[in-house]
Design a protein around this ligand. Structure first.
Ligand SMILES: [Zn+2]
Length: 332
């Protein structure tokens, strides 16, 4: 249907230009073409409705495995679940497994999971999130040494991307889509620790993508995208490396009716999976991440605490982010 509609527009435009040319010829004495308004060829697509119940279910499903702290049984089971879901939607699966070292010397089993939809398509975009959850609750006042649920920090982005995967399997977008679930994002050293101790999975992928010569037009990272009343500002590294994509997504969010969630305010850069991708692989990638001006670190108030459970997840927020990303994706 889409192709036919485009053909129709091309045909109409062609006849219109013939007429214009004719009109210009018979008005030779005038130096300018007649003042006719030429309408833009606006692409109109029926974008599927993002299902926030489905996304919420996928977030909860991950949390129910237990904390996806690396080397745990829950981590292993959840990883297998993510592979089987992407596979069930028809994606071509790639996994990257490796043993990587945490900042304190602990050896961690890493598993990056990639689901490639319509792998034959040359024009591609990728959507990504981290699927591990933090092994300690270092910002809590109690049980600081226990792993967190990471419902918002980790599972929310993955939940939205599983729902988008389901949609992409039903209605084929014009571009190919790669869904990437990074491991070992959240096991870094807090405070003034080594920044390279964070985002280990995305550093690995950026140096060695799942296919050789991998390329995509751009990438969108989702992180902490499920909290009630979340505000998504324009994070500095996203603006620095991929301003056009930031503009595209934020303008789309407003057009899609989510101005309560997306703010045009510019806020400081965050060490997150988009940074190694921009710096090493050099594919422009943005981070959609909550900014909370009321907390000291400007993350969600439950960040790296045991409060980051399912009661920190809102269907409305999942919907605002999920629908915006789908509106961008299906208009490519
Ligand atoms: Zn985190």
């Amino acid at each position: 249907m889409k192709k036919m509609a485009q053909l129709g527009i091309i045909k109409t435009s062609f006849i219109f230009f013939i007429l214009l040319f004719f009109f210009a010829c018979v008005n030779e004495k005038k130096s300018q073409l007649p003042n006719v308004e030429i309408k833009k060829n606006v692409k109109k697509i029926d974008v599927p409705n993002f299902n926030s119940d489905s996304a919420y279910f996928f977030v909860e499903k991950q949390v129910l495995f237990g904390s996806r702290s690396p080397n745990s049984l829950a981590h292993k089971k959840c990883g297998n679940y993510l592979v089987s879901k992407l596979e069930s939607y028809g994606a071509k699966i790639y996994t990257q497994e490796s043993v990587e070292q945490r900042y304190d010397g602990e050896k961690l089993n890493m598993k990056n999971i990639i689901g490639s939809f319509y792998p034959e398509k040359k024009d591609r975009i990728f959507l990504c999130a981290h699927w591990d959850s933090r092994f300690i609750a270092d910002h809590d006042t109690i049980r600081k040494k226990e792993a967190i649920d990471g419902a918002n920090d980790g599972a929310s982005g993955v939940g939205i991307l599983l729902e988008i995967s389901r949609q992409v399997s039903i209605l084929e977008p014009e571009v190919g889509v790669d869904i990437i679930f990074f491991d070992l994002e959240d096991q870094g050293e807090g405070g003034t620790g080594d920044v390279l101790s964070w985002c280990i999975g995305s550093q690995y992928w950026s140096k060695k993508p799942h296919v050789s010569n991998y390329n995509a037009e751009y990438g969108i990272l989702l992180d902490m995208v499920g909290a009630p009343g979340a505000i998504f500002t324009q994070e500095a590294y996203s603006v620095e490396y991929a301003k056009e994509i930031v503009d595209k997504c934020w303008n789309q969010a407003i057009e899609s009716g989510f101005s309560d969630y997306f703010s045009f305010d510019k806020t400081p850069g965050i060490i997150d999976d988009h940074l190694p991708i921009n710096e090493i692989l050099k594919i422009p990638t943005i981070d959609i991440i909550e900014y909370d001006p009321s907390t000291e670190n400007h993350f969600n108030k439950h960040w790296h605490t045991h409060g980051d459970g399912m009661n920190n997840i809102s269907r409305e927020t999942l919907n605002a982010v999920g629908q915006t990303v789908m509106d961008v994706l299906y208009n490519e």
